[in-house]
Design a protein around this ligand. Sequence first.
Ligand code: HEC
Length: 128
Amino acid sequence: MHMIGRAALAVRRLFPALVLVLALSGGFVFAQAQQEQFTPQTEDPETFPEGDGRDDTFYTCSACHAFKLVASQGFSRERWDETIDLMVDRHGMAKPEAKDREIILNYLAKAFPPKASPRGFQNPFLKQ
Ligand code: HEC
């Protein structure tokens, strides 16, 4: 038999083993990815924009959900004010004292303002 023919035969014989190795390593990578996915994410106030009241706001709001849920929003001061009411009225957040509410609201409004769009603020209710 020619050398090439022999090599081809060897590859053909090895093929199932190769598939098995690939499948196993694939499974290993998958298992690793799963493991990473289930590692609880720890949040730290340091990772969010600096500002007065950051820690108060972080610990108040992250008692129930990830602070990322808050930080991913961009609202006007009025919308943040309403959001605090919503958390109290609908989700059972402890009503903050006026002084604390002011601190939290100041931080939220300053750190997470409405997201800038290329043409400036767009009022979604105004059709242009
Ligand atoms: C007592 C529990 C609790 C506290 C404290 C709390 N929230 Fe929430 N919040 C919820 C629940 C429940 C939801 C809706 C379920 C979800 O998405 O996890 C939610 C959702 C949100 C959302 C998403 C709203 C939407 O429409 O998707 C925002 C923004 C938010 N909260 C902001 C805040 C801010 C800001 C604070 C701190 C001032 C805060 N939350 C504190 C319970 C709470």
